[in-house]
Design a binder for this molecule. Structure first.
Ligand code: RIB
Ligand code: CA
Length: 318
């Protein structure tokens, strides 16, 4: 049994918002090999208050209202770029547990040193703040899995050179990369290959299980949004970025990893872009390098096996 904490910018349930954090939360609860002990929220896909209310609502919907939720950072560490979201009409804002997320993270890890895995599926602001608050935090984690980055390709987008979670708060990513923890990065190179298509979303929407029907409807809306935003009616699926990071815990067979030295760009032009050097001990041009491996990067995924796992595990939700 893997004991875990989920740090999320969940937006499932807000019209026109990304849905993958919601599926990641559901997977944490549905997979019998996972034991979700704490959820912390962060601004990213939506603002942190909206993410917090939607997380509490989703936990109710999934029949697990007792899972503690703590609200985290409203803004990135250095440059404000908080996205303002909105709750669906008629939904009242809700209050989580009183301690801030970074405090809750530090306290959980101090209480259970070496036992908890943190899966971070939003901007890394809370994780960096916890590391600042307690220098022992990074070393106290059993494992840190991050959905973030793109390493073998790039975004091909000058306006957002980095993957979204890293681009939102590159200084937080830098703090994590220089903390001494060897994090596992599940980036766009692999997450874009695990997808839910319109037919699957329609089947979910027709389910008589309330969470599945709800998630199916919002997945259809998200695929519509992506098609509209891209001006391409042929778009008929969306990526399951965050669920793949959760799946890495109970299904290590799904991903292939490589050790790397990873750095993040903090300047203006390529802000949030990441470099993964898979041979940090020597340069390709013969120069001596003095870089230490600080990450494992997912470089390949068995997308069909993920799909089976995802569909079967989601099917267990009652
Ligand atoms: O780039 C993918 C990440 O940003 C995911 O965490 C997803 O929720 C998105 O908005
Ligand atoms: Ca996310």
């Amino acid at each position: 049994m893997e004991r875990l904490i989920l740090d999320t910018d969940l937006a499932m349930g807000a019209p026109g918002s990304d849905i993958d954090d919601g599926f990641a939360l559901a997977l944490c609860l549905a997979d019998p090999q996972l034991d979700l002990e704490l959820v912390t929220t962060v601004g990213g896909n939506t603002d942190v208050d909206t993410a917090t209310t939607l997380t509490l609502e989703l936990l109710d919907r999934l029949g697990r209202p007792e899972v503690p939720v703590h609200r985290g950072a409203r803004d990135p560490l250095v440059r404000p770029r908080a996205r303002q979201g909105s709750l669906p009409a008629g939904m009242a804002p809700r209050e989580p547990r009183p301690e801030p997320a970074a405090t809750a993270l530090v306290e959980a890890v101090r209480a259970h040193p070496g036992e908890l895995t943190l899966v971070a599926i939003g901007p890394l602001t809370n994780v960096a703040l916890a590391m600042r608050l307690d220098p022992g935090f990074a070393g106290g984690l059993k494992r840190l899995v991050i959905m973030g980055g793109v390493f073998l390709q790039h975004t091909n987008e000058a306006g957002m050179p980095g993957e979204f979670n890293i681009w939102c708060d590159p200084e937080a990513a830098h703090a994590v990369l220089t903390s001494g923890v060897r994090a596992d990065f599940v980036g766009l190179d692999v997450t874009l290959r695990v997808r839910v298509d319109r037919a699957q979303a329609e089947a979910m929407a027709a389910s008589d299980q309330p969470f599945t029907a709800f998630a199916g409807q919002y997945t259809q809306a998200w695929i519509d949004h992506l098609a509209e935003r891209g001006g391409d009616e042929a778009v008929d699926s969306c990526a399951m970025h965050d669920p793949l990071a959760v799946a890495a815990l109970s299904r290590p067979d799904l991903l292939t990893w490589r050790d790397a030295y990873v750095a993040v760009e903090l300047g203006d032009r390529l802000r949030g872009a990441m470099l993964a050097d898979f041979h940090p001990e020597r340069g390709k041009h013969g120069q001596e390098m003095d870089l230490e491996v600080n990450a494992r990067v997912a470089v390949d995924v068995d997308a069909a096996a993920f799909n089976d796992y995802f569909t079967t595990t989601m099917g267990e939700i009652r």
